[in-house]
Design a protein around this ligand. Structure first.
Ligand code: CU
Length: 120
């Protein structure tokens, strides 16, 4: 009879543990998307363009610009909230967008180079 209670106790422990195991697996599955959102978003500068020229990110995302062009460029916000200064060919610069909003920016040396970051 003692053995029966022992097996029964193990059975109930297993029942109690199963939902916990399932919910921890569910939260583990939801982790990768947030980790992906935290990964830097890269914008390339080439042929006197920002590529892509429109990017939507979540607040807290780091955006990196890579100057793959043969000329110097800047990443300068229309509202002056960020400014990379001169970026030589091959140089990179990054900025963390913490506040939701729409950020238009351009290159001060080539005003036709315009682009937008939307932060949600
Ligand atoms: Cu430029």
């Amino acid at each position: 009879m003692k053995a029966f209670y022992c097996v029964a106790a193990l059975f109930f422990v297993a029942l109690a543990a199963a939902p916990a195991a399932c919910s921890s697996r569910a939260s583990a599955q939801s982790a990768p998307p947030s980790a992906a959102a935290a990964a830097p978003v890269i914008i390339h500068m080439h042929d006197f363009m920002f590529d892509p020229d429109s990017v939507t990110v979540t607040a807290g995302t780091t955006v990196e610009w890579d100057n793959d062009d043969g000329a110097r460029h800047t990443i300068t916000a229309a509202d002056k909230s960020f400014d990379s200064g001169d970026l030589k060919p091959g140089q990179k610069w990054s900025h963390v967008f913490a506040t939701p909003g729409t950020y238009a920016y351009s290159c001060t040396q080539h005003p036709e180079m315009t682009a937008t970051i939307v932060v949600k």
